[in-house]
Design a protein around this ligand. Structure first.
Ligand SMILES: *[C@@H]1O[C@H](CO)[C@@H](O)[C@H](O)[C@H]1NC(C)=O
Ligand SMILES: *[C@@H]1O[C@H](CO)[C@@H](O)[C@H](O)[C@H]1NC(C)=O
Length: 185
């Protein structure tokens, strides 16, 4: 009779059913989701942890991304938000505001056009090529332009875009910090 189970098969079966390493019972809670873990690790090294976490976690590509991928996703988010801000400013200008406000808005629009059309796309391109220092230069610039826009409103004209400028500035700081992690690594 040759239909008996060979000792090797039994051994393999035992290994599958009862792996010796690691033990079946582990003295720990369930391991953290690897990707969420990386996002948290990275966001902790930025000046706006909550903002970083919420934006990265709401991007479906983040779950498979490594640190460089997360930097690129944050760069894309920054570009998307700066673009939205530009559209919003252009919408306000179309509503024919009073002249002083209109001048400030037009000034901001020029800054953001520069950021959205040239500075950030170049920075993102550099980032994808691993040219982190150049990338950081452009990403930091987006934050600076947001500040410059905000300062243009003074005295009688309250800025209608304070929150949006702050968001762009904060996202720029987050992206910059993530790239700094890459530079250190
Ligand atoms: C890990 O997180 C990602 C994104 O948050 C999710 O899609 C995936 O299902 C999670 N995996 C586990 C094992 O929880
Ligand atoms: C940006 O960061 C500043 C300083 O941490 C904070 O006060 C502000 O609420 C943030 N704004 C946005 C829109 O993230």
């Amino acid at each position: 009779m040759r239909n008996s189970i060979s000792p090797i098969s039994i051994f393999l079966l035992l290994v599958v059913l009862f792996p010796i390493f690691p033990p079946l019972t582990r003295c720990s809670i369930l391991p953290l989701n690897e990707s969420d873990n990386l996002i948290e690790e990275i966001c902790k090294q930025t000046p706006h942890y909550d903002l970083c976490l919420s934006y990265l976690q709401s991007n479906p590509q983040s779950s498979n991304a490594d640190a460089k991928g997360l930097a690129q996703i944050m760069g894309d988010i920054l570009l998307a938000c700066a673009t939205e801000e530009l559209n919003y400013i252009e919408g306000l200008i179309k509503q024919a505001p009073e002249p002083e406000l209109e001048r400030s808005l037009a000034y901001c629009a020029e800054l953001y056009i520069q950021v959205v059309k040239y500075t950030l796309p170049q920075a993102l391109d550099a980032l994808s090529k691993g040219e982190y220092k150049f990338a950081n230069y452009g990403i930091a610039d987006a934050g600076k332009e947001a500040q410059t826009c905000e300062k243009k409103f003074s005295g009688s004209t309250d800025s209608p875009v304070t929150d949006r400028n702050n968001l762009v500035e904060n996202l720029s700081e987050v992206a910059k910090a993530i790239i700094n992690v890459l530079l250190k690594g």
